[in-house]
Design a binder for this molecule. Structure first.
Ligand SMILES: C[S@@+](CC[C@H](N)C(=O)[O-])C[C@H]1O[C@@H](n2cnc3c(N)ncnc32)[C@H](O)[C@@H]1O
Length: 215
């Protein structure tokens, strides 16, 4: 896995201990890097406010943010470094290759926050809740592992609920309007996109999908 060529970002970003340049070397060994704590992974982490805040609040959990766009990833890594967080790391990579960096049952929780909706039906396979992605996530998680999803996009939410069910996940804690719901803890840490949508008065959809027993 090679970092893409954007010399100014690469030179800056690799200075931070929180960026892992060759994550495939840690496959099956993330506990060796972080210690024996549960591992939570955010896919498409963007500028990283959500995951760095969770890492700061939960020193006994290890966090990994995965992001392909170097400009936004740079902001995320910098946030973690400025807060001197060592229970967090970032991977600069394409989620399509996620199985190359996490071994079976290694990830206790996955966060999917405001994933790109890919509205055209011909692009459904690119949605991060498309069933082929869910199959990969199932392998990475133990039975009972959780996917926590938030989105502003009603159609993506509906699509995702169907994909979760068809792939054997059990759904819980569903809300069609998170910020007017009883889920106090779940609304307390916002992503950058979420903050923007909430400021515009938009509804946020949220669900937890629980991984099934492996066959
Ligand atoms: C709409 S943004 C949301 C960012 C952040 N989660 C938030 O809520 O503020 C989606 C992010 O997912 C990243 N992303 C989309 N597809 C990806 C992929 N295949 N691999 C890695 N990152 C991806 C994008 O680069 C983008 O930063």
């Amino acid at each position: 896995m090679r970092l893409r060529k954007k010399p100014w970002v690469k030179d800056e970003i690799v200075k931070f201990d929180q960026l892992i340049e060759t994550p495939e070397e840690y496959k099956g060994k993330w506990k060796e890097r972080f210690g024996n704590n549960p591992l939570y992974v955010e896919l498409g982490t963007g500028k990283g406010n959500f995951i760095t805040t969770l890492a700061e609040q939960n020193p006994d959990i290890s966090f990994i943010g995965v992001e392909i766009r170097e400009e936004v990833l740079y902001s995320a890594v910098k946030k973690a470094a400025e807060r001197n967080l060592h229970n967090i790391a970032f991977l600069w990579m394409d989620i399509n290759k996620i199985e190359e960096v996490f071994a079976e049952g290694e990830v206790a929780r996955i966060y999917l926050n405001f994933s790109d909706p890919w509205p055209k039906s011909g692009h459904a396979k690119r949605r991060l809740t498309y069933r082929q992605f869910l199959e990969k996530y199932k392998v990475m998680m133990p039975h009972g592992g959780e996917i926590h999803m938030k989105t502003d996009n009603e159609k993506l939410f509906e699509f995702s609920l169907n994909e979760f069910c068809d792939s054997g996940f059990r759904l819980k804690n569903i809300t069609f309007d998170l910020h007017h719901s009883q889920f106090e803890e779940e609304k307390s840490v916002m992503t950058e996109y979420e903050q923007k949508f909430v400021n515009l008065g938009m509804k946020i959809y949220r669900v937890e999908a629980i991984s099934p027993i492996k066959e």
